[in-house]
Design a binder for this molecule. Structure first.
Ligand code: GTP
Ligand code: MG
Length: 176
């Protein structure tokens, strides 16, 4: 059985902890605490989220969520090591969250060879159709073509769609 390492990255409140809780088949480890500064929500991840799913007899996936706040980014290097794939979450209609994309693409060294999916979260409650266009512009400058889904991080079927897409991307990359 191979266990692959999947990272969930994205700005504060983009839904990383929520998505991992939603996907994991085991109880997740979460390291959320009450934020000491105003970040627009009560709890924030200061260490790592960890969850686990078994896809089939030959594949399981470790789900690693990093803290969105850069002051806790000491965990990012650990998560980056030996990555199989990356999920980048962007909060719909949030300029700050969209701005983070360039930084994350650089930091996690995203290339077309690494399975990567972008999820626009909060799409169920926040209106705005421009986020996808803005993301496409950033990707185009890097000649990257990545799947972009509008999702609700609370919905299991949305979360599973992301996992299925990553597996498909890997198969496409391997030419199988
Ligand atoms: N309606 C809705 N709520 C969401 C969605 N994604 C996240 N949330 C909510 O937004 C809040 C923040 O989500 P988290 O999962 O804690 O965000 P995070 O990316 O882990 O944030 P940090 O750990 O602080 O970086 C929670 O209350 C979630 O329930 C979404 O797609 N739709
Ligand atoms: Mg979190």
């Amino acid at each position: 059985m191979i266990t692959k390492k999947l990272a969930f990255v994205g700005s504060v409140g983009s839904g990383k902890t929520t998505l991992i809780k939603n996907l994991s088949q085991t109880d997740t480890l979460d390291t959320d605490v009450v934020s000491s500064v105003d970040i627009g929500k009560e709890m924030t991840t200061v260490g790592l989220d960890y969850g686990y799913i078994t896809v089939d007899d030959s594949l399981s996936i470790g789900l690693y969520g990093v803290p969105g706040q850069r002051k806790f980014s000491f965990m990012w290097d650990f998560v980056k090591e030996g990555l199989w794939a990356v999920v980048i979450l962007i909060k719909n209609n949030s300029t700050e969250s969209i701005k983070e994309l360039d930084y994350l693409l650089d930091y996690f060294e995203i290339t077309q060879k690494l399975p990567c999916v972008i999820g626009i979260t909060h799409s169920d409650i926040v209106r705005g159709e421009n986020t996808k266009l803005k993301i496409r512009e950033v990707l185009k400058q890097r000649s990257l073509n990545l799947p972009i889904y509008s999702i609700n991080a609370n919905l299991k079927e949305n979360a599973e769609l992301i996992i299925r897409t990553l597996i498909l991307l890997e198969e496409t990359n391997n030419g199988s």
